[in-house]
Design a protein around this ligand. Structure first.
Ligand code: AMP
Length: 625
């Protein structure tokens, strides 16, 4: 079987680039790659820190600091320091209105459905641009550590992110100079990091409990033969480790009879107590009590803070997460015993009370928390990047194709074989036939897009199925198979089943298409839907008429002696009329005339025609060469 590999842009074969995995988090972000020696994922660290706080500081002199350099400004200059950008991605002001005041920086209040903006030093930024600053810093860190240019990435997002949030993440990557090969669900990445789903024969149900700094997500996944499917998600976008910190601050305020409102008004005082509370909380993940010293309004407070006090401060928050787990399990329509493994993600799953509550709810002795819960999503993203790089060929991962894929059929029509939004990998087959007697070669042209006529879509490639043995039109059975792999490679195979003549082509459907172009193609298909449908119907009517003309001519030639003179004369008259009307654009007239010819010739056609010709009068035809 011949195999042609085409790089649509330049026809060359390219050396694989390093693809990084990025966990773009609400609180922290990080990058991981696969160690080329041992094949294991690891997080890249620059000066010891693998984690880049998702924080930006806009210095009044125009300088923008990212990550650790920006973090101290949360206290010194909260109005110009941006955190939790991820919460704003793909959102409008109306979406986040209820929480707008909880941000230390100013979110522009326009009651519209447009994208949120923030104003920094007189300039407006949207969350896509802000996220791009973080991604750019991650990219530059990775380039410095690896000493190579990085152009491609896989970025993770929460399972519940909608299309616009996913698109916003992709766009942020693009602004940062990254070609985002795939957006992967965080729970999928976390499972991959634990090797779950890497074995194709494994069928499992997994709960991924992700408690980060500001968000909580629970996801129930089903993994079947390496394909991940989200059964249910639940969570609370305003519950996380920050709430634990706040609960400690409240407890301390009560202890020292301070008004929380007064402290909250003084933003830098609040931030400094909060950071101290966070520090204490972290120590309590491996100690039972901590010595604390607080200085509030000139008064020094020294005290011991115990794990019991902490557990009681956070118990209602932990309970809230368990309530979400309950709902997710219910929505997934699985029993607790159906859930095979629990994966713990996010820094706050280091809190012992959290681990215990999760084990108790899911009735498990063990949960997966062996890996660093801050790194687990990035590690999984690196594994996904490795899969996309083609290094783990046997692995399937669920994704969807953004545009429909199909072939050109008679009349220049697009015949969609894999519709847009189909899950990937996908294998679809369909049968076609020829439209001319003795047709030896068949052109198979592959297109991508949503328009009805192929000329409005994007041509991906074409090939010729040659060597079809001579057969009457409609007789060959041409089976066309589209196999779209997890890595986005489309393989098209055409086989003439009667003679077993076969030909295959491999192409990369999205190569060279930017997301904006994909969007434009979709938009055009919506805008032109009505006219496109009219064009398709007209083209179909014409093709049908042409087929009938061809078959009737053949019928008369082959069977002239068996037909009466009157029958031949009338058929020729109707044929001429049909030839005339198909030159015009009136579909109804073409259909009527086709019908007339059909009605007239049907009785003697039935009498005379062999099955081959009968077959040829129906079904889809591919144009002859
Ligand atoms: P993430 O959003 O996953 O980066 O989670 C960050 C959250 O994890 C913050 O609220 C941190 O305070 C919290 N965290 C990090 N380390 C620990 C620890 N050792 N114990 C408890 N919480 C922690």
């Amino acid at each position: 079987m011949a195999r042609i590999s085409i790089n649509i842009k330049d026809g060359s074969v390219k050396k694989a680039d390093t693809i990084i995995g990025i966990d773009l988090g609400t609180t922290n972000s990080l990058v991981a790659i696969i160690d080329s020696v041992n094949g294991l994922p690891y997080c890249l660290s620059k000066s010891d820190a693998t984690i880049v706080p998702s924080i930006l500081y806009f210095n009044p002199n125009g300088e923008i600091k990212v990550g650790n350099a920006a973090k101290p400004h949360l206290i010194t200059d909260p109005q110009n320091t941006i955190y939790s950008i991820k919460r704003l991605l793909g959102r409008s002001y109306t979406d986040i209105q209820a929480h707008a005041n909880s941000y230390g920086y100013r979110i522009i209040e326009d009651e519209t459905k447009a994208m949120i903006r923030v104003e920094m030093n007189g300039k407006f930024y949207n969350p896509i641009e802000l996220s791009a600053f973080i991604l750019k810093a991650l990219k530059e860190n990775a380039e410095a550590v690896l000493n190579t240019k990085i152009k491609k990435a896989v970025i993770t997002v929460p399972a519940y992110f909608n299309d616009s949030q996913r698109q916003a993440t992709r766009d942020a990557g693009k602004i940062a100079g990254l070609d985002v090969l795939r957006i992967v669900n965080e729970p999928t990445a976390a499972s991959l990091a634990y090797g779950i789903g890497l074995n194709k024969d494994e069928n499992k149900c997994i709960a991924v409990y992700d408690l980060g700094g500001g968000t909580f997500d629970i996801t129930i996944l089903r993994i079947e033969q390496g394909v991940f499917e989200v059964l249910a998600t639940n969570g609370d976008t305003y519950t996380g480790g920050d709430d634990f910190d706040r609960a400690i601050v409240m407890q301390w305020c009560q202890k020292f009879e301070l008004s929380i409102e007064t402290i909250e008004k003084n933003k830098s005082l609040y931030q400094s107590i909060r950071l101290q509370a966070e520090h204490v909380k972290k120590q309590l993940s491996s100690n039972n009590e901590v010595d604390c010293e607080l200085e509030i309004e000139g008064n020094k407070h020294q005290f011991k803070y115990t794990i019991e006090e902490f557990n009681s401060a956070i118990s209602s928050i932990v309970l809230r997460t368990i309530e979400c787990c309950k709902m997710a399990v219910r929505d997934a329509e699985v029993g607790l015993t159906d859930i095979n493994e629990i994966v713990m993600v996010g820094g706050s799953t280091r809190v012992p009370a959290v681990v215990n509550a999760v084990k108790a709810f899911f009735k498990k002795d063990q949960v997966h928390n062996e890996l660093n819960p801050d790194e687990v999503v990035a590690l999984g993203a690196a594994i996904e990047a490795d899969i996309l790089a083609g290094n783990r060929k046997d692995l399937l991962l669920l994704d969807v194709t953004p545009l429909s894929l199909g072939i050109e059929t008679a009349g220049g029509l697009m015949d969609t074989i894999i519709p847009r939004n189909s899950k990937v990998p996908q294998l679809v087959g369909r049968q076609y036939t020829t439209s001319v007697d003795g047709q030896a070669n068949l052109k198979i042209a592959i297109y991508q897009g949503e328009r009805e006529m192929v000329e409005d879509n994007r041509k991906l490639g074409e090939f010729i199925l040659s060597g079809i043995p001579a057969m009457p039109a409609g007789f060959p059975k041409i089976d066309i198979q589209f196999l779209l792999n997890a890595d986005g490679i489309l393989k098209v195979n055409a086989t003439e089943l009667r003679s077993n003549t076969s030909q295959t082509i491999s192409i990369v459907p999205q190569y060279g298409l930017t997301d904006t172009e994909v969007e434009q193609m979709l938009l055009a298909s919506f805008q032109n839907a009505e006219q496109d449908m009219q064009n398709r119907l007209l083209a179909e009517s014409r093709t049908e008429a042409e087929q009938l003309i061809y078959q009737c001519q053949k019928l008369i030639q082959a069977n002239a002696v068996l037909l009466t003179e009157m029958e031949i004369k009338e058929t020729e008259h109707l044929l001429n009329e049909l030839r005339e009307v198909i030159k015009g654009n009136n579909r109804d007239t073409i259909n009527e005339q086709t019908e007339r010819l059909n009605d007239y010739t049907r009785p003697f056609a039935e009498r005379l025609m062999d099955t081959a010709i009968g077959n040829a009068l129906t079904g889809k035809k591919l144009d002859a060469l």
